[in-house]
Design a protein around this ligand. Structure first.
Ligand code: ZN
Length: 259
């Protein structure tokens, strides 16, 4: 029998504000975008899913929750500035220790993504119901298994280049939009021991998180980002494993024939 797959503990985080203010958004996501994403992930037997939102104490990201999270997904937009710097610092530390992070759509401008990228994370944008075609540029990658050469979202916000990110470790998708722009819409990085995946689609006024291929990419992304690791940063003073010369400079001179 093959070994059982590990259960991956996923926390789906969202600011959960547009849904409360804009009936158009609430029509697509009556319980919030995080619930739609969580329900889609919850259909996979190897994923144990919980949600957390901005207005909960500690934004729902207590030490206990972060300790029990293998992969965190992040959607934010209008309230990036309300996310506590202390919580961002904790999430960043947890990523460096090995927690996976999936940053969705307007999360490109979140404090946590900017902190981990060390860049502007800016882009160009337009809300004009473009069609988006996402081209798979890395067909062997685990994140795109089951996707095919491309997939389309009939109506989405446009994001265009230049995208102010460090050169990705791996580029997964490039999007084309009806208006002519292209965008690096799926990309990965390693920071410390943590795997990070940025995935572009998901503007709140469209039903994007109900799209089966968007749901599949997020589930694949969660599995790819999972490491199961928690490696604390220690910056150790190291003891030598072998005997060292008493005077390293003298030893170096004798090795090269100098006295
Ligand atoms: Zn948007």
């Amino acid at each position: 029998m093959p070994p059982a797959k590990p259960i991956i503990r996923v926390t789906v985080w969202s600011e959960f504000r547009h849904e409360k203010k804009n009936p158009k958004v609430a029509a697509h996501y009556p319980q919030g975008m995080h619930q739609t994403i969580a329900e889609a992930l919850g259909k996979h037997a190897d994923l144990a899913v919980r949600t957390a939102t901005l207005d909960e104490p500690d934004h729902g990201l207590t030490d206990e929750v972060l300790d029990q999270t293998d992969v965190l997904t992040w959607w934010g937009h209008m309230a990036h500035g309300e996310v506590s710097d202390a919580i961002v610092a904790k999430v960043r530390t947890r990523v460096l220790e090995g927690m996976g992070l999936i940053v969705l759509h307007s999360g490109h401008y979140s404090k946590i993504f900017k902190a981990l990228m060390g860049d502007t994370c800016s882009l160009t944008w337009r809300e004009a119901t473009d069609k988006e075609r996402l081209w798979v540029v890395n067909p062997a990658h685990p994140i795109v298994q089951g996707i095919g050469p491309y997939f389309e979202i009939p109506a989405e916000e446009m994001y265009g280049e230049p995208f102010g990110i460090p050169t990705p470790d791996e580029l997964i998708f490039i999007s084309w939009f009806t208006g002519g722009e292209v965008f690096r819409s799926g990309a990965t990085w390693r920071r410390g021991n943590g795997n990070i995946f940025y995935f572009r689609p998901g503007h709140e006024t469209y039903p994007t998180y109900h799209h089966p291929q968007v749901q599949l990419v997020i589930a694949n992304g969660v599995r790819w980002a999972f490491s199961g690791l928690r490696i604390k940063d220690t910056c150790l003073n190291a003891k030598a494993l072998e005997p060292l010369p008493v005077d390293p400079e003298a030893n170096a001179r004798s090795n090269t024939g100098h006295k």
